[in-house]
Design a protein around this ligand. Sequence first.
Ligand code: AR6
Length: 168
Amino acid sequence: MIKLIEDDITTLKVDAIVNAANKSLLGGGGVDGAIHRAAGPELLEECRQIGGCETGEAVLTKGYNLPAKYVIHTVGPVWAGGRNNEHSFLASCYRRSLELAIANNINSIAFPAISCGAYGFPIDEAATVTINTLHSFLVENGKPAEVYVVCFDPRVKAAFTQTLRSLQ
Ligand code: AR6
């Protein structure tokens, strides 16, 4: 099940929310800033101890003051014209996050539109990569039971809705 929603990701009562982080894991703007503000300073401390994360990889922390039990931090690619493997790095963010979810018995997970803000990934192309990657993973693994994509930006909502429809 893939469902698109428009809420602020920090308000969701799911097992895990995904953070569109940067390699330092030390916070930033956008959804990363919102998650750190809502989770509180202990999240930053746990991230500091992890020490960083490569592009396309993911790490798991607790959710602290968030309604979600866990945060999965993944580092999306910075868009650089499309010839630096940005598409495969983006797909890897979703796959690695879902693998961590399964390994931690997470049944419900909410993703932001990774790389679709500050990192400048073209939204239509991100929609195709995201929806196809999530769909293939669910077909192969049959879980997590609930996968949400949070479309905070109306352009993201439009593109992701169209791409999801074309699957069905
Ligand atoms: N809930 C859900 N989605 C949100 C929220 C929110 N509260 N706030 C923003 N978005 P971005 P990126 C959407 O820039 O492109 C940070 O500084 C937003 O509308 O957060 O992967 C990190 O530290 C957009 O559609 O992430 C990195 O340095 C989507 O989240 C860098 O930005 C992603 O936008 C990562 O850039």
